[in-house]
Design a protein around this ligand. Structure first.
Ligand code: ACO
Length: 411
């Protein structure tokens, strides 16, 4: 009969939790979600209040350090982030080595990993020690520097991934613009002319950045923490997070929503599409969420933001199809029974109206999400008792012990 599988002989309880539906791996004070009530709060502040009154960078400070900044704390934080926007000149060659049609998420993921090679101060293997200690000012300053760099360079790397495919030169990060305005400037600035991004679009994108900044332990944040738990440098951990975000069930869903709407075409085709979803032949992208079982509170902010943007850009042609799809799904028993509602990914309609290419949409998710990843990474690095490496167990269901059979004896 052979030996019993390892897991049956071990003492203690092991729970198989496919997809981590019920597993909490740590305590956190960062983001609160009540999926049944449709509530999202950053450090206790409702997302609706922050979207109305705060900015992406101010909320970033809140997420990372735990409280809203004073005026001088904010000025320092913003200045550090904007000063770290410039990349090493080698980055130019790095981006130019990609194929002309490379997906921008592949480029962004690789670019964060590349950054890890520049900053040995962030690499515990090279420093030969655990780097970050609560109460040690020098080590906290080292940690802050990595945070400023990653947030500051996120918009620069994203803009480079956008421009390189158009054969356009890269733009040096400007001075005197807000974070989001600087991003749009680096994306679209041409030649020597003065270019001022439209303030309504800057505000709209800033709100979208803010609501995408964190969402507790989703797939990508978990990936960042799992990777970071080996004490690797934060650039490598952020690259891992980007890779996880890229998939169509997560950050790639905003791109998938538009491809789905294009494939549906006209509102008249919606009923047939809904039936195909129910037969499990198609995916209704932008619907459903692991945590939200009523509406996703961010979807209301997306709607409001869309109204503002469409006043400037004109209404997206796919909006009617999107509305017909929404209305049909919301009154269909299949979706009601499974408690499926729109998530945040219909913001793809706004990105399209603003003129971003379809495959750039996940980048517009990754850029603000680095904030949440860093907030959780910092929390883990400074937690009481130090970092515990994340090493889940499996339930082994394979063969028991077998003896090797020489090739000529096999049947
Ligand atoms: N369309 C049709 N049916 C769906 C959808 C959907 N979008 N989402 C879930 N369901 C169905 C499932 O088939 C399942 O049905 P069953 O019980 O009959 O088998 C039931 O609803 C429960 O869904 P699960 O897949 O178990 O939910 P899970 O929490 O594992 O997945 C996920 C959540 C991945 C977001 C899923 O809803 C999905 O694939 N949605 C579409 C992709 C998408 O929009 N992703 C973005 C998520 S938000 C974000 O990352 C910002």
């Amino acid at each position: 009969q052979g030996e019993r599988p390892e897991n049956e002989t071990e003492k203690g309880l092991r729970v198989q939790d496919r997809g981590f539906l019920n597993t909490a791996v740590m305590q956190s004070t960062i983001t609160y979600i009540d999926g049944d009530a449709g509530v999202l709060r950053y450090r206790g502040y409702p997302i609706e209040q922050l979207a109305e009154k705060s900015s992406h960078l101010e909320s970033a400070y809140l997420l990372i350090y735990g409280s809203l900044p004073t005026a001088s704390q904010y000025a320092h934080f913003e200045q550090e982030i904007m000063n770290h926007g410039v990349t090493h000149s080698d980055a130019t060659q790095f981006f130019q080595s990609f194929r002309y049609d490379a997906h921008p998420m592949s480029m962004l993921t690789s670019a964060f990993a590349m950054l890890g090679s520049y900053y040995s101060e962030a690499n515990p293997s090279l420093q030969g020690q655990r780097l970050y200690t609560k109460g040690d000012a020098a080590s906290l300053a080292t940690m802050d520097r990595q945070i400023y760099r990653i947030i500051g360079k996120a918009i620069t790397l994203a803009a480079m991934a956008y421009r390189v495919r158009q054969g356009r030169e890269f733009v040096t990060p400007p001075t005197g613009l807000s974070y989001t305005a600087s991003f749009l400037y680096q994306m679209d600035h041409i030649g020597e002319q003065d270019y001022v991004p439209n303030p309504i679009l800057v505000k709209a994108l800033d709100v979208l950045f803010l609501i995408h900044a964190d969402h507790e332990l989703n797939a990508s944040c978990t990936t960042v923490l799992q990777t970071g738990s080996s004490l690797v440098d934060p650039y490598s951990a952020i690259a891992a997070g980007c890779a996880s975000l890229y998939g169509p069930l997560h950050g790639g869903a905003n791109e998938a929503v538009i491809r789905m709407l294009i494939s549906i075409g006209k509102p008249e085709n919606v009923p047939a599409f809904i039936e195909a979803v129910k037969r499990r032949e198609k995916t209704l992208s932008g619907f459903g969420h692991r945590v939200y079982k009523t509406s996703d509170p961010r979807s209301f902010i997306v709607r409001k933001t869309a109204d503002e943007v469409f006043k400037v850009t004109g209404q997206d042609q796919l909006l009617e199809t999107a509305m017909a799809l929404h209305d049909a799904a919301m009154k269909d028993e299949y979706f009601i029974k499974r408690r499926l509602a729109p998530n945040v990914d219909f913001c793809g309609l706004i990105y399209r109206a603003m003129g971003f290419p379809l495959d750039f949409f996940p980048v517009l998710f990754a850029v603000p999400r680095v904030v949440g990843w860093l907030a959780h990474w910092r929390q883990m690095m400074l937690q009481e008792g130090g970092v515990k490496i994340w090493r889940p167990r499996q339930v082994y269901v394979g063969e028991t012990k077998r003896d090797y059979v020489p090739v000529d004896d096999r049947v």
